[in-house]
Design a protein around this ligand. Structure first.
Ligand code: ASP
Length: 329
């Protein structure tokens, strides 16, 4: 048992032993490349216990007195609010800084200076930024842990962790599954991080996208090197019957220089109840959200539609990560 009401409440300072020896204490979370299979097992055990604790008591004081700075240079609904909910469910508090314009940086402040200022007031910084590598840059300057909440078209490690946690909670395991990733595989950072995490398992991957939005060669190369069977396709129909997890993404409009190009590909795939008529009875459909038409709302009543459950799993994973980097798990 990693968490219990008793050990949380009886010893408020170091409930789980000496925090300095906790393996993730003080570490930044920048890329899924940091995680071994063993780490994932641990994170998901803690996340599972967070889920049980929330179901039992709602809110508890594991991170009482700790402060999170939520620094978002790009819009966010789910990620920002789920980090807030995670921190508050653990008894901590949040400094919300949303949609910072490049310039408040409006006054021309650099990212290293912004994080070095914010860490004077907080214990951990969650950062979303439009540039690939921004979190890594911030972590070079910060003394407190930085959690990457999306760096442009680069990575979104906490989303990938919650995606994997969703697969484990819903399907029981990852090994042996066929996962089909569909949509904007070029600009979608969640599918970049998720493919890398899935490559730690014994898995088959299908990549379905328009010609101009294929998975970056770098990631395909990494998968090949690890011996992960994968194929790239344009059509979903033939692959649906063998798919265990269908992970749908939106076309990332904000990444296109030419909106005409976006218009050409935006409606390429639309998942409807008919699409699933030949799918396995126990397959699941996931989506990092927001959806903008690629999954019809008629599908929401199908028990295989897992995308809203996926959001809830996200809060438990983020609770686990916050507890870990703050030395409480
Ligand atoms: N919310 C996810 C992200 O921040 C997916 C998306 O925006 O399409 O990457």
């Amino acid at each position: 048992m990693i968490l219990s009401e008793k050990n949380i409440n009886s010893s408020p300072h170091l409930p789980f032993g000496d925090q300095r020896t906790a393996p993730w204490y003080g570490k930044s979370i920048l890329s899924v490349k940091q995680f071994s299979k063993q780490d994932l097992k641990y994170i998901f055990e803690v996340a599972h216990e967070m889920r049980e604790m929330v179901e039992r008591v709602g809110t508890f004081d594991l991170l009482k007195g700790k402060i999170l700075a939520n620094l978002f240079y790009e819009p966010s609904t789910r990620t920002a609010s789920s980090f807030t909910a995670a921190m508050e469910r653990l008894g901590g508090s949040v400094i919300p800084i949303n949609e910072v314009k490049y310039s408040s940086v409006a006054k021309g402040e650099s990212l290293p200076d912004t994080v070095r200022s914010l860490e004077c007031y907080s214990d951990v910084i969650v950062l979303r930024h439009p540039e690939v590598g921004a979190s890594a840059l911030a972590a070079q300057y910060a003394r407190k842990p930085i959690i990457n909440a999306g760096d442009g078209i680069g990575e979104h490690p906490t989303q990938a962790l919650l995606d994997l946690f969703t697969i484990i909670e819903e399907k029981g395991q990852v090994d042996g599954l066929t996962v089909t990733l569909l949509g904007d595989l070029k600009y979608g950072r969640t599918v970049h991080s998720l493919s890398r995490l899935l490559s730690l398992y014994n898995i088959r991957l299908n990549f379905i996208s328009p010609e101009i939005l294929t998975m970056p060669r770098e990631i395909i190369g990494e998968l090949d090197q690890k011996g992960i069977p994968s194929q790239e396709l344009r059509m979903l129909e033939e692959i649906i019957p063998e798919t265990d997890v269908l992970y749908v993404t939106r076309v990332q409009k904000e990444r296109f220089e030419d909106t005409k190009e976006y218009e050409k590909v935006k409606g390429t795939y639309i998942i409807t109840p008919e699409t699933l008529s030949v799918a396995k009875k126990d397959m699941i459909v996931m989506h990092p959200l927001p959806r903008v038409g690629e999954i019809s709302m008629d599908l929401d009543v199908d028990p295989r539609a897992a995308y809203f459950r996926q959001m809830e799993y996200g809060m438990y994973v983020r609770m686990a990560l916050l507890a870990m980097v703050l030395g409480k798990a």
